[in-house]
Design a protein around this ligand. Sequence first.
Ligand code: UGA
Length: 443
Amino acid sequence: RSVNAPRISVIGTGYLGATHAAAMAEMGFEVFGVDVDPKKVEALSAGKVPFFEPGLPELILKHVKSGRLRFTTDIAEATALSDVHFICVGTPQQRGSNAANLKFVEDATAAVAANLTHDGLIVGKSTVPVGTGMRLRDIVASVIPAGITAELVWNPEFLREGKAVMDTLTPDRIVFGGASEKAEALLRTVYAAPIATGTPVIACDLPTAELVKVSANAFLATKISFINAIAEVCEAAGADVSVLADALGHDVRIGRQFLNAGLGFGGGCLPKDIRALMYRSSELGAYSAASLMQQVDEINMGQRQRVIDLALTALGGSVLNRRIGVLGAAFKPHTDDVRDSPALNVAAALHLRGAQVVVFDPEAGATAKAMFPTLTYVDTIEDAVTDSDALLVLTEWAEFVDADPVAMLDLVHTPVVIDARNCLDADAWRAAGWKFRALGRPV
Ligand code: UGA
């Protein structure tokens, strides 16, 4: 490393931290990835990633081998040897509340500050309710060793699971919140590579940076619930939401992305982030945002019931002892993440109503089984389809989209397909002889 290159520690090695650590190593820095879980550290040190994320294992292995990337449970050592400390731990929804649980962020920040042996820069990347950074500054001040100073800034991350490596190496924008001139210069050194290729930098105050991230996710969620609300109108009026979305998308002010109607959003981010915004905006007396997010959440959760109802109707009112083939368990394609997965939620609800539910997912079988062990999991599309009374497509993996409806027809008991992601070619499935049902599309 060049004499002036800052050394970097990344606290938390989940989707965000592991990817950020690998990306920083790829950008040429010496990086410590820190986690409290020794099993995770051991796996990552061997270049193994404990979740499915395309391209990440290769990048981690490359830099574990290059010596630029090390994983450790020893936060004291990592902190002592680093200059810039990224906080990348989770902010899950609190049990029994819409609020975000900030314990991990607070603990990680305090641990870094308490272990500093020279001046440093603490950079929050986790998604937090607005106002968190200010409180963390107080925590830093209360635990930092005498004679040492550390600035705390916010630099939110916008990566998508399944595209995490690309999003981290080539972000759409970089936001620095609450950075002094000196801190901003250091951050510009850290992000020199994406800045050199033209990535815009937005330097702002701390609360704005926190809110940029939260409102980006809130907007994406709102877009999805908007199209799902319109899908309900389409259904009632005999219109087709897929055609409508394509037509809307041609307006550059609207854009086609995140207008796919269907089962709605899930995962570890959007659902908990809109609920945390609901909670935080109520606390601040900003009730419009709170009620908007409440509606977005209700519409979204209602989609799961609408798919269950489609299945019930298609099977004549009851799923008891009927065999239902389920394609998809992950909350979206290109991930094995089943946190708040709409697909798994629907599968489990049908199982509870007495159906025999047979699930196939190309990547998420194991994680789904760990969460809902009572469902039946199989290893191929064909095994899920065979003898089914209805086939539900709940995650739009390419191999489901590409499945041949003619070949599938020979396997099923009753050719009923419910396309809960509006991802199949309705005409092709109908032409092959299937009863085809989808949300927001004419029967
Ligand atoms: C989301 C954001 O897209 C990222 O920018 C953000 O950084 C991340 O949360 C985070 O806060 O960490 P992610 O949760 O990985 O990323 O997934 P998305 O690609 O946003 O999809 C979220 C959900 O929306 C999925 O369940 C997907 O199936 C659903 N979706 C998406 C729709 O139902 N319709 C659409 O048109 C698009």
